[in-house]
Design a protein around this ligand. Structure first.
Ligand code: CA2
Length: 146
């Protein structure tokens, strides 16, 4: 069975509780449940991790290189600041898809730059929790070779 890591960065544990106009009303647990169900329907095992700590996110990326067939990563605010996370993504062999709930290109100037994007297989932004589903669909197609 193929395995994918869903990696959520800082503050995403607050989803559904604050700023629903920007990030929606669905909680992180609900998003994870929906993704696990969708993946299982396609014969893919998911592991989900959320951390507010840069080093823990780096460790999760390094670990994923040993067991995962793909990573879907929302680096949160670190998207725009973290050379260390960029280096971690660049250092692993497993492909990483960057996802964002909001359309970072339609927001403040400082969110328009991603330090992560150029070392990822691709980026999906602006589709709420469905950004993660679109990332999964890419892996499911790729891993199933269609
Ligand atoms: O749109 C995204 O997914 C972001 O990665 C979310 C980050 C933001 O810094 C990025 O620019 C874009 C922020 C995540 C914070 O999530 C919250 C959720 C509820 C309440 C407050 C913050």
């Amino acid at each position: 069975m193929k395995s994918i890591l869903i990696l959520h960065g800082p503050n995403l544990n607050l989803l559904g509780q604050r700023e629903p106009e920007v990030y929606g009303v669905v909680t992180l647990d609900e998003i994870n449940q929906r993704l696990v169900t969708f993946a299982a329907e396609h014969g893919v095992e998911l592991r989900t991790v959320q951390s507010n700590h840069e080093g823990e996110l780096i460790d999760a990326l390094h670990d994923a290189d040993d067991w995962a067939d793909g990573v879907i990563f929302n680096p949160g605010g670190y998207t725009h600041t973290s050379v260390a996370l960029r280096d971690a993504v660049a250092a692993i062999k497993v492909p990483v898809v960057e996802v964002h709930l909001s359309n970072i290109h339609a927001r403040e100037e400082f969110r328009r730059q991603s330090l992560i994007a150029s070392v990822c297989a691709g980026t999906i932004a602006g589709f709420g929790w469905r950004s993660y589903v679109l990332g999964l669909e890419w892996y499911i197609g790729k891993l199933g070779d269609w």
